[in-house]
Design a protein around this ligand. Structure first.
Ligand SMILES: [Zn+2]
Length: 263
C-alpha cells in the first residue's frame, strides 16, 4: 500500500492492524554521464514500493534529497546539510507515530545518508519513541553483487547502472557506458583514497573526473532484475521480522543489575 495514493478513511484499518511503515530515502545527485541524478531515489522507491506491494505493509512517499555535499562540483546535485536532514527525518518519523505506527524501515539507496539515518534511529530508540532502522539495498545482497560484477563500483558503477536499466531503462544513456568507464575510476580498491591508513579525500571529484567508479559496460537489465529481485526478497523478510517483534523487545534493555554475570 502506498500512502500517497490512499484516501484517509481507507487507512484506518491499516493503522488499527499494523505498526510498520517503509520510508524510501535516496538522493538527487550526479551519477556520471550515463545515469540520471535521481538514481538513488528511484532505486529506493522501486524497492520499497515493491516490498510494500508484496507484503501488504505501508510505503510512505520518498525522501528524494539527502546528504550529498561530496558531489557538489557536478551540475545539478542537490543536498541538505546533516543537521537539517537529521532533524527532518526525526520529525517525520516522530509525527508518523501519532497514527499508531511504532516501527520503521528506512529503505535507503545512498551511502551518504547511512550514518545520519542511523543517528536518527538511535535518537528515536533512545527515548523509546519508535524503532527505526536503516537498510541499504546492496548491503543486503553482497554475495550476489560480487558474483555479478568484477568491479561493482561504489558510485555510479555497474551495480547502480544495472538497477536503473531494470527500473527506468529509458533514463540510461547506454551510448555513454564506455565514456563513463574510461573517464572515471574503474578500480576502487581497499587502499584507494587512503594514505597510511587515513582517508584523504572529501569530494567525489578528488577520485573521479566524471563522478563515477567501476566498469559500467558490465551492466545489463537482466543483472538489474536479479539484483532487484534478491534485494526485494531480503527487504520482505526484514519487514516480517520487524513486524512480528514485540515492541518491548525492540526497545532499549534496562540497566544491567549490580551483580556480576555468571553468578
Ligand atoms: Zn547512487
Amino acid at each position: 500500500m502506498y500512502l500517497g495514493d490512499e484516501a484517509w478513511p481507507d487507512l484506518e484499518t491499516y493503522f488499527d492492524r499494523e505498526s510498520l511503515a517503509l520510508i524510501p530515502v535516496g538522493s538527487t545527485e550526479q551519477h556520471g554521464p550515463h545515469l540520471p541524478e535521481g538514481t538513488d531515489h528511484l532505486i529506493a522507491e522501486g524497492l520499497a514500493r515493491e516490498a510494500a506491494e508484496r507484503t501488504g505493509y505501508l510505503c510512505t512517499p520518498t525522501i528524494t534529497v539527502g546528504v550529498s555535499p561530496h558531489h557538489r562540483q557536478f551540475h545539478g546535485t542537490m543536498w541538505v546539510d546533516p543537521p537539517e536532514f537529521r532533524a527532518y527525518m526525526e520529525s517525520l518519523v516522530r509525527n508518523l507515530t501519532s497514527h499508531g505506527l511504532d516501527r520503521f524501515i528506512f529503505v535507503n539507496a545512498h551511502g551518504g545518508n547511512v550514518q545520519h539515518l542511523r543517528e536518527v534511529g538511535r535518537r528515536l530508540h533512545g527515548d523509546e519513541t519508535a524503532y527505526a532502522i536503516e537498510w541499504m539495498w546492496d548491503e543486503s545482497i553482497p554475495e550476489l553483487v560480487e558474483e555479478l560484477f568484477s568491479v561493482p563500483g561504489p558510485h555510479g558503477g555497474p551495480k547502480e547502472t544495472a538497477m536503473i536499466m531494470h527500473l527506468a531503462g529509458e533514463l540510461v544513456h547506454e551510448d555513454r557506458l564506455r565514456e563513463a568507464r574510461d573517464g572515471g575510476l574503474v578500480d576502487w580498491g581497499r587502499e584507494s583514497g587512503r594514505q597510511f591508513g587515513a582517508r584523504t579525500f572529501y569530494d567525489a571529484i578528488d577520485n573521479t573526473e566524471n563522478g563515477v567508479l567501476g566498469d559500467q559496460t558490465d551492466a545489463t537489465p537482466e543483472k538489474g532484475e536479479q539484483l532487484f529481485e534478491a534485494a526485494t526478497e531480503q527487504l520482505c523478510h526484514l519487514c516480517d521480522w520487524i513486524a512480528e517483534k514485540e515492541y518491548s523487545d525492540l526497545m532499549p534493555r534496562t540497566h544491567i543489575s549490580g551483580r556480576a554475570s555468571g553468578e
